[in-house]
Design a protein around this ligand. Sequence first.
Ligand SMILES: *[C@@H]1O[C@H](CO)[C@@H](O)[C@H](O)[C@H]1NC(C)=O
Ligand SMILES: *[C@@H]1O[C@H](CO)[C@@H](O)[C@H](O)[C@H]1NC(C)=O
Length: 342
Amino acid sequence: MTGLLCITIISVALAGGAYSFVTPPPFTLFTVKVVADLGANVTMPCMLMSKDHSLSDAGVRVKWTKVADDEALNEDVILSMGVHKKTYGNFENRVFLEEKGDHEDASLTILDVSMADTGKYLCEITNGMTDTVQEVTLEVLGDFTAGVVFPYHSEVGRYNLDYDTAVLACLAQGAVVASPEQLYEAWEAGLDWCNAGWLNDGSVQYPITNPRAPCGGSNNGPGLRNYGQMDKNKTYDVYCYTAAPKGSFYWLTQPEHLTFDEAVQACLDDGAEIAMVSHIFAAWKLEGYDRCDAGWLADGSVRYPISRPRKNCSPTEAAVRTVGYPDKTQKSYGVYCFKSQQ
Ligand SMILES: *[C@@H]1O[C@H](CO)[C@@H](O)[C@H](O)[C@H]1NC(C)=O
Ligand SMILES: *[C@@H]1O[C@H](CO)[C@@H](O)[C@H](O)[C@H]1NC(C)=O
């Protein structure tokens, strides 16, 4: 849905010392709002205002920027001059200019939008003095009715949770033990995990989408492998479930790597708390959160969420990657924080 909310004409100071107000001004600022569903491909409009030249003319430059409250944190999205195009950072290889029709269209398409793409964008078309500046606000709608199932084992290692400890382990991650129905839905959505874990009916199961010998046999089809009701003193992993948490999960921008204790403090200093394992899975699954930086979490594990598989960052699958439970005094990681909604 695209709606023109307001049009603002801004006055401009021309270079050369003298101020001169031009009528009509060559700079025109539009604010357009675009709303998209999580995971959709979205196009944000930007049209060349001047009819004197076309985007294919030599020297015409199109630049899209994601604007932050603090200008120093603005992110480059794409820069285009003639056939030369460069995409940046988080936008690399998932944005392109439409460039349809008569070379006046500098609209930007973003593939597979995530909640983190929400925000204000600026399109600037520059050709000497004649500029088009267009502001577009993008709102991405997540699915806040959904939840997420995630596998969990403690710092002690795999298969170390009896049923009662498993219940506490999920609670400590801001979650509860998943039901068989929730695990089934997660399996349908692609969860594949080769570790037997407790469910809230006292059964021990695990979800396999890609059958293989060490995970219940390669002759069996995809499905839930079910050990049935088990002695609650036996130890396995656990499947936890969380609904969408109320608040925001984020990577704390920090100049240095941190020990675990420093990570806990850094989030507190930012008016938040170190994120729990349920928060990273919810952000990854329900918000499309993607960040190729390993960060501490509240249970002492180090993980990073990848929604867009790529070289060096979970190349084959979208997943929350686990580095493990490293030495807490090691200064090798950043931190993910969680700020509860007031
Ligand atoms: C988004 O575009 C890509 C590439 O053109 C396509 O493969 C994908 O199916 C599209 N996604 C949606 C949700 O339309
Ligand atoms: C489980 O452990 C508790 C405490 O050690 C014990 O009292 C109980 O009999 C055990 N249950 C089974 C089924 O072995």
